[in-house]
Design a protein around this ligand. Structure first.
Ligand code: BDP
Length: 722
């Protein structure tokens, strides 16, 4: 018998060694790893408080909670934790405040402002029994509460005296997938789309559920599953059936599904002669379509629309306004409770004097004209998801309209899925920026959470970085960007640093050395990328179309798709003059901000060349000339990537070898690409400045011609038709 056991163990070991299935840390589990608690004191405490759990009622969401606890608790505690059905000592109770057993706790008043998603977690005594209670008005809140408690345990927090009340600050917390029906992902760098349209609705990939779990765990409550460059086919019955199957998986996790609506769908699908939003037949088509969609998906969330932008059809094709278009769709969705997220990322085929100004010019006149179920979805900056942009001037400028934020989680302009760039610092920079719309303290965050102007609906969207890669996001650190987007959409007051620390603990464990080493890497990473790509306010210098690598020389064709349009380098200096004597984009900001940006002396250096054309010999605050400072930034960027490499190497052995090596290899690529950016930009700008690279800096390895000739025809994520 003994021999038999030995044999079994040996076989198991061999299988495991051959497949690596058990131990391989491939990143699939994201931040929901549920490995056994390594701190013995905490383990003891958690076991004491969690020797059973009681779900006081049943529903699909309660079943999702049960499934999660069944997986998480034995993993974290290393022991089976039974489900119980009555009050006893040391259990977790999950229920609504009205439940007879919970009434003595007076949770109803605590949950008065918690809505359907907020929750309370409290360690308390009920009927002389020591318990932890998770209470919420609705099941979705209970689910969020459970994930919160699990996170406290994963990060080794005390739960003995736990007392948490948490309510989301933003109502619609949504991932935007730029996924096409053929499974390519526009600007996606983590494989193909996770939506397997061909096999849906009959084949439900287990990933769909894990995706929903991951989102729910960070409070994301919506998914737009199709690309903003929309395909009308998704609105046909064959596809709606597939969408409904996804919605069924998401529903217990509190996630609603949304679709992108192609504005001329009545023409493309049903041969209508027009898609004019004021045409009664067109309006009826959309009303009928909405009704049809809700027959398939009773809790359908609504539409995202990209109209009259980059060739997409829209109301302007019929001399109608964005408001006409948005209101038509809003009216169709209204009876069913759906919303329209109408994007402000617009620019038509006429080249503007300054693209920075276009969205503001097109939308501000329509403030107050939009139906109450329309949100205008605004990118964080006025151009296009650049490594650094000043906040979009629309924030604060449309007080009668709920404006929602659009961030880009996928790193289209920040090194794809190859560069380690923690984006929460970028998100926070924008959220914390002060618009001065109603005096000091009118932050972008207050505009979008609705508190500044008293809106009841609010939203934050993030363009997803998710694909079929085993680790979902391509780069192990890309997961931190998905994670931090969700956490900030729930509570924009969290700091980038606390979210990073949380994520490191969840992702790599609670080893303090790992935390104190990796945290500074993450916190510095975005600035490092700005330095080797677009320092001092430069922007839009990337390669044409695929947006991979540097292309400061990109010229020809539509001017506002080139780099030279944005950097405007010449023998005198460099930068886009957006001051009152230039394009006057500064005039779109409120006076305090406008004045600060307008004056060379007060313009923050990180936005210098965004707003000013500055002479090469202009002295910066450091006393250095602009040329020397610019070059130095590029070099600093590369040096800092080398610092990232050294720092990462120092945690070898403290992180599983799989992910350690993966990040190490990616950092090698990042270093090479940072050098490519630096050398290309410095050599190119030198043709204008005619000044030397300061003494002591390593000389570029190749000539400018060499860099200009490099081509990357198969760079990932490109829009197929470009
Ligand atoms: C740009 C992307 C393009 C998107 C567009 C958008 O390059 O692929 O379609 O944004 O947001 O940055 O609509």
């Amino acid at each position: 018998m003994k021999d038999m056991t030995k044999k079994c163990v040996l076989i198991a070991l061999l299988v495991f060694m051959a497949t690596g299935v058990i131990l391989a840390e491939d990143g699939y589990r994201l931040w929901l790893r549920y490995d056994k608690i390594t701190d013995s004191g905490k383990l003891k405490q958690y076991r004491e408080y969690l020797n059973g759990y009681w779900l006081t009622h049943n529903s699909p969401t309660m079943q999702a909670i049960r499934d999660e606890l069944k997986m998480a608790l034995p993993g974290l505690l290393g022991t089976q934790v039974p489900e119980v059905s009555s009050l006893s000592n040391g259990i977790l109770i999950i229920g609504k405040p009205g439940h007879p057993e919970l009434q003595s706790l007076n949770l109803t008043s605590q949950l008065r402002d918690a809505g359907s998603e907020g929750f309370v977690i409290a360690s308390t005594t009920l009927n002389k029994k020591k318990v932890i209670v998770i209470a919420a008005n609705e099941d979705a809140g209970l689910l969020y509460g459970v994930f919160h408690l699990l996170r406290l345990m994963q990060t080794h927090e005390d739960i003995k005296n736990v007392s948490v009340t948490s309510v989301p600050k933003i109502k619609y917390r949504i991932l935007n997938h730029w996924d096409n029906l053929d499974r390519t992902v526009e600007r996606g760098y983590a494989g193909f789309s996770i939506w397997d349209w061909h096999k849906l609705p009959d084949y439900i990939d287990p990933r769909y559920r894990d995706y929903a779990r991951a989102n729910a765990s960070i409070g994301i409550n919506g998914a737009v599953v199709t690309n903003v460059n929309a395909n009308a086919l998704v609105l046909t019955p064959a596809y709606l059936e597939k969408v409904a199957a996804l919605a069924n998986v998401f529903r217990p996790y509190g996630i609603r599904i949304y679709l992108t609506a192609r504005f001329n769908a009545p023409m493309e699908l049903d041969k209508y002669e027009t898609a004019d939003p004021l045409d009664p037949k067109v309006r009826k088509w959309w009303a009928d379509k909405a009704e049809e969609i809700y027959r398939y998906i009773p809790d359908f969330g609504g539409f995202v629309v990209k109209a009259n932008s980059e060739g997409q059809p829209g109301p302007q094709n019929y001399n109608r306004t964005h408001a006409d278009g948005a209101n038509m769709l809003a009216e169709a969705l209204k009876p069913h409770g759906g919303i329209v997220m109408w994007r402000a990322f617009v620019y038509d085929d006429k080249v503007p004097d300054d693209r920075h100004k276009q969205a503001y010019n097109e939308f501000v006149p329509h403030d107050g004209e939009l139906k109450d179920n329309v949100l205008i979805q605004v990118k964080n900056g006025a151009i296009d998801f650049q490594p650094r942009e000043p906040f979009h001037p629309l924030f604060g400028a449309m007080p009668k309209t709920p404006l929602m934020m659009e961030f880009q989680i996928t790193q289209e302009y920040l090194g794809f899925a190859t560069h380690l760039v923690y984006l929460a610092t970028l998100f926070k920079e924008c959220l914390d920026a002060d618009t001065y719309a109603k005096g000091p303290g009118s932050t972008v965050a207050k505009v979008i959470d609705g508190s500044l102007d008293g809106h009841t609906i609010s939203g934050m969207a993030g363009v997803a970085n998710i694909g079929t890669d085993r680790n979902w996001c391509g780069h192990p650190f890309g997961q931190a960007n998905w994670y931090s987007f969700g956490r900030l959409a729930w509570n924009h007051e969290l700091s980038a640093e606390e979210i990073a620390e949380e994520w490191i603990r969840l992702t790599f464990g609670n080893d303090e050395t790992v935390i104190t080493t990796v945290l500074p890497m993450m916190m510095a990473s975005r600035e490092i990328t700005v330095n080797y790509m677009t320092p001092l306010g430069l922007h839009h210098l990337m390669g044409r179309n695929h947006h991979y690598g540097p292309g400061p020389w990109v010229d020809g064709g539509r001017p506002d798709w080139t780099s030279v349009y944005y950097h405007r380098a010449d023998s005198m200096g460099i930068g886009f003059d957006r001051t009152t004597s230039g394009s006057n984009a500064v005039g779109q900001y409120f006076p305090t901000v406008a004045e600060k940006f307008n004056r060379l002396e007060t313009c923050p250096e990180e936005y210098l060349l965004w707003f000013h054309h500055v002479s090469w010999d202009y002295k910066l605050k450091s006393g250095e000339t602009l040329w020397n400072a610019l070059v130095r930034k590029y070099y600093e960027g590369v040096d800092s990537v080398r610092w990232l490499q050294r720092t990462w190497n120092s945690v070898e052995g403290r992180i599983d070898p799989d992910r350690f090596n993966q990040v190490k290899m990616l950092l090698t690529i990042q270093e090479k690409e940072a050098v490519l950016w630096r050398n290309s930009c410095v050599l190119y700008f030198q043709t204008f400045s005619k000044r030397p690279i300061p003494e002591g800096l390593e000389k570029p390895e190749h000539s400018l011609e060499y860099y200009m000739k490099l081509s990357f025809p198969y760079a990932p994520g490109i829009r197929p038709r470009w």
